[in-house]
Design a protein around this ligand. Structure first.
Ligand code: P6P
Length: 349
């Protein structure tokens, strides 16, 4: 069967050995994420037509106003995963604490936990800009059959079993890795199936696009300011192009196809950065590395960072390997800025 006609389900079956689905649990888990993505996709694409836009009047643990679609997307992914009893625990940007999933008989023999940002970039919905879902999958580290514990979620990113995102854009795509490269699947809404459209996705080694909110320039650490000046100076290969749409998944996706770097650094406004380590930076870093890109906090590999709390934030430099390396060269001149989470680590001692 020509690979371009493979559905996501067929692709996983064909690549069984890579998808660790000894008991089919993993396949069922991806299948439930696929279903939830289709339901959210339908709502996101209809958002302009029904009275679901605008503030829901609640805020999440980040203190961010929750758009109604945030809440809706969280509900869809949670219910789909819980109803199918495929995982033993879930953590979400929209939930203050992690959720333990009990089985029918009060025990749950499943071995995977899922962490997710159900609708990232949701402030873009009202202006019809792409948004996305980000997910990260781990094997639990506590005994199967017992209630999950925080340590099942506070695992380093290099322990991820799989990670991916859904980008609800001009077309809806599910981009997935389980440690053997990155593959992109495009939804055919007429049929309701995701088809392999971007096999073996790779970041170009270098690129000419940088994605950062330059409105925060005065608040950036000096290393970031120096790197931005480097990107903007008149040289044979520069200035680069600035492209930032305020939606991590969309900026990442474009940069992976065209080559580029995405940066959300610390700033005086966000002293630890804005993006969350567990369900934004780790999954995107896993995808980046599997696509020959890289991801750091400006100083160390994102996937090596030991998490200390569920919603912790880290600075994020991610994209074409040579661009991330160059940015890190500028950051290295200011080692004091590497200590952005020092007091957090001190508290944990
Ligand atoms: P700012 C969306 O809220 C998000 O988490 C990312 O998707 C996006 O890249 C970033 O924050 C935008 O943040 O501060 O530039 O508006």
């Amino acid at each position: 069967m020509k690979s371009s006609h493979l559905t996501l389900g067929e692709f996983i079956i064909e690549n069984q050995k890579h998808y660790k689905s000894t008991t089919g649990e993993f396949t069922r888990l991806i299948s439930s994420i696929k279903l939830a993505a289709k339901v959210v996709n339908y709502k996101v694409n209809k958002a302009g037509l029904v009275n679901i836009l605008g503030e829901a009047g609640f805020t999440n643990i980040q203190g961010e106003h929750q758009q109604k679609l945030d809440i809706y997307a969280n509900k869809v992914f949670m219910e789909t995963l819980i109803n199918r009893e495929i995982v033993c625990g879930i953590a979400s940007e929209e939930e203050d604490e992690f959720i333990t999933i009990k089985g029918k008989h009060e025990t749950n023999e499943n071995k995977y936990v899922v962490l997710m940002d159900p609708l990232d970039g949701s402030s873009n919905i009202d202006v019809n800009v792409s948004v996305g879902t980000i997910f990260s999958i781990y094997r639990r580290v506590t005994p199967i059959g017992t209630p999950v514990d925080e340590m099942d979620f506070l695992q380093r990113g290099n322990q991820q079993v799989a990670a991916g995102y859904v980008v609800y854009g001009t077309s809806t795509m599910l981009v997935l890795t389980s440690g053997n490269g990155v593959n992109g699947f495009t939804l055919n809404p007429a049929i309701g199936s995701f088809y392999l459209s971007h096999p073996n996705m790779k970041f170009p080694k270098n690129g000419k696009i940088y994605s950062i909110n330059e409105g925060n320039y005065v608040h950036f650490p000096q290393g970031v300011k120096d790197y931005l000046k480097y990107c903007q100076e008149e040289k044979e290969d520069r200035p680069y192009t600035s492209r930032y749409i305020g939606s991590l998944v969309s900026d990442f996706h474009r940069n992976m196809i065209k080559g580029g770097i995405y940066i959300y650094p610390t700033s005086t406004k966000n002293p630890k950065g804005k993006l969350r380590l567990l369900y934004e930076c780790n999954p995107m870093a896993f995808l980046a590395e599997q696509a020959n890109g890289s991801a750091s906090d400006g100083y160390q590999r994102i996937l090596n960072i030991k998490p200390t709390e569920l919603h912790q934030r880290v600075p994020f430099f991610c994209g074409s390997k040579k661009m991330v390396l160059k940015a890190e060269e500028f950051m290295a001149k200011y080692p004091e800025d590497a200590k952005y989470n020092e007091e957090e680590l001190a508290e944990k001692k």
